[in-house]
Design a protein around this ligand. Structure first.
Ligand SMILES: [Zn+2]
Length: 302
């Protein structure tokens, strides 16, 4: 799993040096599927042909911070406020998707490491403890550079993960608020939405998807060591190892040319995604993009 860290560094280098090279050199799946992915994803970015009337967008995500109950939570509150991670993901989602009413996004001390949509109160809770738990996971992964550089890298990881997790929770909210017909396992469906929103975004948001993948990698390692640091969170979700492979697949599938380093193959032993799975990923991603674009079409904004 440490390979992901290397891959991430290489991705960073690619992003830094990169200009606007061609988009997908999509190799597998039919040409038709590729085209339709491109179209769908572009629509996700640019808005649908018909956008909702102004009155349809009646709400936003509304960020608030409740008083932290422990010293560690105070540190997390300060971190979240300083980086504006919650405001960032809220603005990102609000720019893309109309909401029927304001949806509170509350950062708070929960007494457990968790993040969740509450269907009764119709709000999202982001527990300070969850961020703190993931901070420890990332601290084990970020081992290069000075203490200051490692701290900065961990904070970037946490901002990325915050996006990945909260877009997932918003997905639960959208399904409930709009009564969307989620086919299959809802947990997987909203993971797919989160991955789609990040993978179809700019470089920064694509990096957030990589940060999120690294969280599943770290949590999977903790699980396999018999040490599950975020019990409550894990309860309602797929195993971290499954999420790790799924997210890796979807990000690769979103742009096989750019993300070929994710695939483990001859000449790229540090890759993490088995080739047999990778072959299907462009089509998997295309299906996800089609499904969510169709479900959300009435609510996508310009
Ligand atoms: Zn969930």
């Amino acid at each position: 799993m440490t390979a992901v860290r290397k891959a991430r560094a290489r991705a960073g280098a690619m992003l830094a040096g990169a200009a606007l090279t061609a988009v997908t050199g999509c190799s597998s799946g039919s040409g038709e599927a590729t085209t339709s992915t491109e179209d769908t994803v572009r629509r996700f970015k640019a808005g649908p042909a018909t956008s909702p009337s102004a009155s349809a967008d009646r709400g936003d995500l509304v960020v608030s911070y409740e008083k932290p109950e422990k010293p560690a939570d105070r540190r997390t509150e300060a971190f979240l406020k300083r980086t504006k991670a919650l405001e960032g993901v809220s603005d990102y989602a609000d720019d893309l998707i109309a909401l029927p009413y304001d949806v509170p996004l509350r950062a708070k001390s929960c007494g457990q490491a968790n993040a969740f949509w509450n269907p009764q109160t119709k709000d999202i809770t982001y527990c300070y403890e969850f961020v703190d738990t993931l901070r420890q996971i990332y601290e084990e992964q970020e081992t290069e550079g000075s203490a200051k550089e490692r701290e900065a890298a961990v904070e970037q990881d946490l901002v990325g993960l915050t996006n990945g997790v909260l877009l997932h929770e918003l997905g639960h909210g959208l399904i409930a608020m709009y009564d969307l017909p989620a086919t299959g396992e809802e947990e997987d469906a909203v993971d797919q939405l989160s991955a789609l929103l990040l993978a179809s975004g700019d470089d920064e948001h694509q990096q957030y998807a990589i940060d999120t993948i690294n969280a599943w990698s770290g949590l999977a390692e903790a699980e396999s060591a018999g040490n599950m640091p975020a019990d409550e969170y894990a309860d309602e979700h797929s195993l971290s190892i499954q999420r790790f492979y799924n997210w890796s697949c979807w990000l690769y599938g979103s742009d096989p040319g750019r993300y070929k380093w994710i695939v483990k193959r001859e000449g790229n032993p540090d890759g993490v995604l088995p080739e047999e799975r990778a072959e299907r990923c462009p089509e998997e991603y295309a299906k996800i993009a089609r499904a969510w674009s169709t479900l959300l079409e009435p609510y996508l904004k310009d």
